[in-house]
Design a protein around this ligand. Structure first.
Ligand code: PAP
Length: 336
């Protein structure tokens, strides 16, 4: 037993901890009474916290994240707006980083859902004390849906992979997902309502365009720290993206690995067709804080352009017009 562990925690120290946490709770209660709220997708209301529409649970989580999360310089964060393809990128990043530990014929991902490979920071910080991540090996992988500007400055020295996706596909994917998870005592949530809210910027972690732009601008300022990816480019050239990811994370593929087809094996392992047909992703369940989600909900169609089956021409024009206006001058275009 170390000398340190023989020293009891003094009452003063524990009071200080408690005071600090109580202050956060007070700040949170005050916020809930003062900041604007609007209709939610899964829960009754979203609140406008520093310009972003956030589920109240994650506002509290954000306060706790700022107060207690201790990033390490080697941490790698996967950030995305909901339904941009996070599950896919989790699988690709995890299997790239761990390629020397698992065989492709009997892989971790054959038995565990991709969600399990990255703690979801937003849920892990939901309650006090927040999860202690000190047991995780380096590099630690975390996922978050928080926009760049809602993250503590201490995280800016870490590496981020940001994944975005064409907004009409995001909207449809999110509406289907959130409708399924919607709290049972709430009225049904129509696509028309979801569409209108999305166009007004009101959806979890929205406005969509502010979320994407927050990381886009940060990536322009520090491209060695933030790798900005698009779902559509991963679809088009998965091998190229996997090689970029590996280099970005500091574990580039050797010529021998390339020769042996390791990149192709990773892409195949993580493909929609492969993952969505695994037993674990058909039957398994993942817990995010208090919310349980069946793994199959993270695999719907996995295609580009499914919005055409849901949105009218008029809806397309309205959303395209908004996105065009919001992204004007940023240099960012979707789907390319
Ligand atoms: P999350 O925000 O809840 O984590 P996320 O994984 O980002 O969800 O998005 C899910 C979308 O990615 C789904 O899109 P869809 O509704 O348009 O079908 C899902 O099908 C898609 N997806 C999941 N895994 C893959 C994959 N391996 N390849 C391509 N798309 C995938």
């Amino acid at each position: 037993m170390s000398h340190q562990s023989l020293i009891p925690q003094t009452p003063l120290e524990s009071n200080e901890h408690e005071d600090h946490y109580n202050k956060i709770c007070k700040d949170y209660d005050h916020l809930m009474e003062t900041i604007p709220k609007s209709n939610g997708w899964r829960v009754e209301h979203l609140y406008n916290y520093n310009g972003f529409w956030i589920n109240p649970i994650y506002i509290k989580a954000n306060l706790l994240l700022h107060a207690y999360f201790k990033p390490q310089p080697t941490d790698i964060f996967l950030a995305s707006f909901m339904k941009s393809g996070t599950t896919w990128l989790k699988a690709l990043i995890f299997s790239t980083l761990t390629r020397h530990f698992y065989s492709f014929s009997d892989h971790y991902l054959h038995h565990h859902g991709p969600q399990s490979t990255f703690p979801f920071l937003d849920s892990e910080c939901e309650s006090y004390p927040i999860t202690d991540f000190t047991h995780m090996c380096s590099p630690r992988l975390f996922a978050t849906h928080f926009p760049w500007i809602l993250l503590p400055e201490s995280m800016a020295s870490c590496k981020f992979v940001y994944l975005c996706r064409e907004p009409k596909d995001v909207l449809v994917s999110k509406w289907v997902f959130m409708s399924k998870l919607r709290e049972k005592d709430l009225p049904p949530f129509s696509l028309d309502e979801a569409f209108d809210l999305f166009c007004k910027g009101v959806s979890d972690y929205g406005p969509f365009w502010e979320h994407v732009l927050s990381y886009w601008r940060a990536s322009l300022e520090s491209s060695e720290k933030i790798l900005f990816l698009k779902y559509e480019e991963v679809k088009r050239q998965p091998e190229v993206v996997v090689r970029r990811l590996a280099t970005f994370m500091g574990v580039p593929f050797t010529a021998e690995e390339v020769e042996k087809g390791v990149v192709e094996s990773i892409v195949k392992l993580c493909s929609f067709e492969n993952l969505s047909n695994l037993e674990v992703n058909k039957k398994g369940v993942e817990k995010f804080g208090k919310v349980e989600v069946e793994n199959c909900e993270f695999f719907r169609k996995g295609v580009i352009g499914d919005w055409r089956n849901y949105l009218s021409d008029e809806m397309k024009q309205r959303i395209d017009g908004i996105i065009h206006e919001k992204l004007k001058g940023s240099g960012l275009i979707f789907g390319a």
